[in-house]
Design a binder for this molecule. Sequence first.
Ligand SMILES: [Fe+2]
Length: 533
Amino acid sequence: MDSTTRHILDLSRRGLLRGAGGLAALAALAAAARPGLAQPVFRSFPFTLGVASGDPAPDGFAIWTRLAPEPLAPDGGVVRAALEVGWEVAEDRRFGRIVASGTAIARPELAHAVHVEVAGLAPGRPYFYRFRAGGEVSATGRSRTAPAPGAAMDRLRFAFAGCQHYEHGHFTAWRHIAEEPELDFVFHYGDFIYEYRGRVPGQPGWGPLVRPHLGEETISLADYRQRYAQYRLDPDLRAAQAAHPFLVSYDDHEVDNNWAGIHSEEDGSRRFPIAVPPEVFALRKAAAFQAWYENMPVRRAALPRGPDITAYRRMEFGALARVHVLDTRQFRDDQPCGDGVKAACADVARPDAQMLGAAQEAWLLEGLTDSPARWNILAQQVPMMRRLLSGGISMDKWDAYPAARQRLLDGMAARRAPNPVVLSGDVHVALAATIRARPEDAESAPVATEFTATSVTSAGDGSAMTPAGEDVLRRNPGIALFDGRRGYCVAEATAARMTTEFVALPFVTREGAPREVAARLVVEAGRAGLERA
Ligand SMILES: [Fe+2]
C-alpha cells in the first residue's frame, strides 16, 4: 500500500467512524487528485459560511471561503486533512466567460479557510467568483477591481459599518448594504464579533437579548472559531459579504473589550482586580488573530505570526482616493487614567502618547506625503474628533492620546495631504465632525473631516436624539451630526465633493426594518469641514 492510499483509507475510516457516531458531515472516500490530497465527499453543504472578497487592486482582489459542513462543531465537520478547493472568476454571473480559475488548498491548521489572491484581471469592473469542493458549488460572490492607477473616475462609492453584537439584534443593516448599488468597497471598521459569553434569557446585561451567543467568553482558538461561525451563518451578513469587496479591519471585540497593545482589559484595576499579564494575554491575541484571519477576505500578508499581525495597509482607487486602513489597537499605549469616561488625569498629557505606534505613524505620514489622490481616507476604528462628554473624555478614543493626535494632524498639515477624511465607529451612534488643527481650540483652522458610522446592532434599538446626544452637541461645536439609531454610512466622492449619507434603521430587535436616510453631509474638496446637504 503506498502512502497516498493509506492516507485516503485513514480519512475514510475516520469519516465512517464519525458517521457511526451521528456526527459526520464528511466522509473522505474518493481517490486523491495529487499525492497527499483528498478529494472530499461531503454529507452536507460545505459552504455554509458563505463567500467574500476584499482588498481590491487594479488587477484583482482576494477571495475567501471556509469549508464547514458543520459550522458550529469544533472542527467544522471536516476531517483533519488538506483538501483541494477549486475557484473560478468570471465576467458574468452565469460563468459563461471565465477569466481566471485554479485550485487552492484548504488546510486544517487554518480551519479549512481558503484565501486566493486573484490577479491578471482588468481594472475598474465587476467580476463574479465561486468555489467548488467535493462536487459542491458555493454561492456566487460579486467583487470589483479598483480602477487603473491614476485613472480618472467620475465617482467612488463606498459604505462603512461595524459593531455587530449578535445578541443585540438582527443584521438588517447588512441586508441593506447588500442591496446598495455599485459600491467600490465596504469598509468594516471592526467589532465583527463580540467576545462575551452567551447570555441566558432573563439575565441582566448590556443591551437587549434578541438571540444569544453560543458558549462562554471567547478565549481559545476553538471559541473564536465557533463565534465567527455563529455570526457568519447570519444570511444578511453573508449577503453583504458576497455582494461587494470588503476592506476589513478589527477593533477591540475581535480580541477583548478595550484591549490596548500588550494590555488586556483585565488590568488589575478595581473593576478587574486580577490582571492578565502581557505574556498570557499574547496567547489569547494569537488565537483571536488566527480566527480573524481564517474568517476574513484579506490577503495572505495578514496571516498572523503568533500575537503579531500586520493589518494596516493602503489601497488606491484611481485618481480619486487613497485609503489608509489603520490599526489603532495593536500598537497603542494602555488607556490612561484607568480607562472609562472621566476627567483627564495627568497621564493624558504624556508627550510620547502612542495610538498607531512609531512604525505605523511613520508609514501613514509617508503615505500622506506623496499622495496623488484627491481624497485621503483614514479608515480606522475610534473617533478622532474632539468629543467632550458630561463625564469628561473617553479614555479609549483619540481624545485620551492628544499628543499622538497632534503629531498626526501637524504631519498632515505639513505635508499638505489632499482632503483628509477620517472614518470611525465604535461609539454606537452616528457622528460627523470637523477636525481642527488644534482640536482643543475650537477657533483653530479646520484640517480634516470625520464621519463616524453608528453600530449595525450594538446597543439595540436606538432613537434619533437622546439626552446624551443633545449634551454632546451642546458641548462640541465641531460635531455637526448626532443620530442614536442603528445603521451604516454610504459615501460618494467626486473630484469636487464627498457626500456621506447616514442610513438609520428604526429598529433591529425585530427583522425587516426599512432604510431611512437620517442625514446627508457634504465636504467640498479643498475645504475641510461639514455642511448639511
Ligand atoms: Fe462596538
